[in-house]
Design a protein around this ligand. Structure first.
Ligand code: HEM
Length: 132
């Protein structure tokens, strides 16, 4: 039987998280995509933000594995127009920056792993984006 996407992603993320530089590289890449994105983190404590994102990505993966989505609903609220005002189109930029970073950090990375990530976390990302 084929390994479910969410198992492939769980293991890939484990390999990425072994190196804390993963989160440094992600934010360098994501903030490098535009001044718009960089400006949103102007007043952010990035050391703390990297820890928060570590949990946030884990939430996306846990929801793909069938866990309750209440934490993602809360992220939907905080990122909405009444919160950080994250415009919906920025989520595809976020996902591409994440996958570029995974590609560099996961020694076992392949197109199959890229596809597994995108399929597995898309519904959770959609939930956050749709709360806009
Ligand atoms: C804060 C996760 C996408 C901008 C946070 C936090 C988490 C998180 C866990 C901290 C908890 C909170 O404040 O609610 C995620 C996940 C994303 C995502 C999982 C993808 C699905 C984005 C995008 C942007 C963004 C696309 C656009 C630039 C921010 C900002 C903060 C934040 C500005 C607050 C930073 C501060 O406290 O100064 N995010 N985020 N996020 N996120 Fe996201």
């Amino acid at each position: 039987m084929e390994t479910p996407d969410s198992d492939i992603v769980f293991q890939s993320y484990g390999r990425c998280c072994n190196n804390p530089q993963f989160f440094v590289d992600f934010y360098d890449r994501f903030m490098g995509t535009s001044t718009d994105v960089r400006d949103m983190f102007r007043d952010t404590d990035m050391k703390q933000q990297r820890h928060l994102l570590r949990n946030g990505i884990m939430q996306l993966i846990l929801v793909a594995r069938g866990m309750p989505d209440s934490k993602l609903r809360a992220l939907g609220q905080s990122h909405s127009r009444s919160g950080y005002n994250v415009r919906p189109e920025l989520y595809s930029v976020w996902l591409d920056a994440l996958m570029d970073t995974v590609a560099r950090h996961d020694a076992e990375f392949s197109p199959a792993i890229d596809g597994a990530w995108r399929r597995a976390i898309q519904p959770g990302i959609e939930m956050i984006r749709n709360a806009y």
